[in-house]
Design a protein around this ligand. Structure first.
Ligand code: SAM
Length: 383
């Protein structure tokens, strides 16, 4: 399948208008997993060199990030077969979520199976395809066709040749001990740009599952106070689990709608708004479902968070605004909205992306140029 078919026509047109000739390259990159898969060293528990040694003993090939001293990455493996490869094996069809996982090297579990060739029995070599027919990997069936369709749990196919392979980390002892957190490079840049100070009151308005919150805590060496808000009970629970694993102690999790933040009467020194967004920058995408109308609706939703953030920031306080999306409306246009409300753009202490679209001083990460997720960061001050 051509990668262009993976994007709704209206979104392709939108990308062409926004990015010109670069649009095609951007879409092709979005179809593949990141070339460098990053983790963040948990400096509350270990150092980068110690963790590198442990990971090597665990059989991995970690590399140092040249940009951030707590960054480690692993090279992606693949593509392991060409786009037109036709292995002509019995087919197991997986749902979108499971297909995306297999595409990056995960095993296929029974709940992710949609269909399977009736003749498949345990031990057979099979091909795994996504619901639209894209080959995502090859493996050995561990169940019969009937079992993999009917079972609610268990390994359906042991994947031996995924299209790409990223390291699988959550089974490692070093993971269980909380020595690292899997986090993309641009996400890791965000906490640095916030520049949290030890005695400050910090609010994270969209905190779960806690990637940036735990990084901020790490930079504050577990001192000061972070109020970490999310409206999703399940995601907040996941965040609490993660904070426990990482040994973070200066976070107060709050279950609420952040648009009501002013009701808490806080005057924060710094606010992070890692806004809910259309997530157009997330890689890999077997196909994209969002359309330009979703972009406009989401940008409007984000402005409600921005209004609350401004009301809850002390004079002189800093707001960092970030998204994992590529649109103009959710990024630069929302920064223009903040500028109209009197905030001032500030320089970013770590700058490894590109400037904004028609706007300097904000940072954009492009999947094709920076080999990362698509991402956006702005730092503003209430003066
Ligand atoms: N900052 C997180 C991290 O680094 O791990 C990722 C946050 S994710 C981009 C956006 C979050 O916003 C989701 O967890 C979602 O539940 C939350 N969210 C969406 N609408 C919200 C609202 N009205 N109030 C609070 N949280 C909200």
């Amino acid at each position: 399948m051509d990668y262009r078919e993976a994007f709704p026509e209206k979104l392709r047109d939108y990308y062409r208008r926004l990015f010109g000739d670069e649009a095609e390259e951007i879409m092709a990159s979005l179809r593949t997993p990141v070339e460098k898969y990053y983790i963040r060293v948990n400096t509350l528990k270990t150092s980068r060199s110690k963790l590198m040694g442990i990971l090597r003993k665990e059989g991995l090939r970690p590399k140092r990030s040249p940009y951030l001293k707590e960054g480690i990455y692993f090279e992606r493996e693949g593509p392991n077969f060409p786009d037109d490869f036709e292995p002509e094996l019995p087919v197991v069809r997986a749902n979108k979520f499971a297909s995306e996982s297999v595409y990056q090297g995960a095993m296929l579990y029974a709940p992710g199976v949609l269909q399977a060739d009736r003749k498949i029995k345990p031990g057979d070599e099979v091909e795994i395809r996504d619901p639209r027919g894209l080959l995502v990997g090859i493996g050995i069936a561990r169940m019969s066709a009937k079992e993999m369709i009917l079972s609610k749990r268990g390994l359906a196919v042991k994947v031996t040749l995924p299209k790409f392979r990223l390291p699988s980390l959550s089974e490692l002892e070093s993971f269980r001990e909380g020595l690292f957190y899997a986090q993309s490079l641009p996400s890791m840049v965000v906490a640095h740009i916030l520049e949290p100070g030890e005695g400050e009151v910090i609010v994270d308005m969209a905190a779960a599952p806690g990637g940036k919150t735990s990084h901020i805590a790490q930079l504050m060496e577990n001192r000061g106070e972070i109020i970490a808000i999310d409206k999703s009970k399940n995601r907040l629970r996941k965040m609490e689990e993660e904070l426990g694993r990482l040994g973070v102690k200066n976070v107060k999790p709050v279950l609420m709608d952040s648009r009501k933040l002013p009701e808490l009467g806080i005057k924060a020194d710094k606010i992070l708004l890692d806004a809910p967004c259309t997530a157009l920058g997330i890689r890999p995408k077997l196909w994209e479902t969002r359309k330009p109308k979703d972009i406009n609706a989401t940008a409007r939703y984000q402005r409600q968070f921005i209004d609350s953030a401004i009301k809850s920031l002390r004079k002189g306080g800093v707001l960092v605004y970030s998204t994992c999306t590529l649109s103009y409306e959710e990024n630069e246009a929302n920064v223009r909205y903040m500028l109209e409300k009197g905030l001032k753009l500030e320089e970013q202490s770590v700058f490894i992306g590109s400037g904004g679209i028609g706007m300097e001083g904000v940072q954009r990460f492009y999947p094709n140029r920076h080999l990362t997720q698509g991402f956006f960061i702005a730092r503003l001050r209430r003066v």
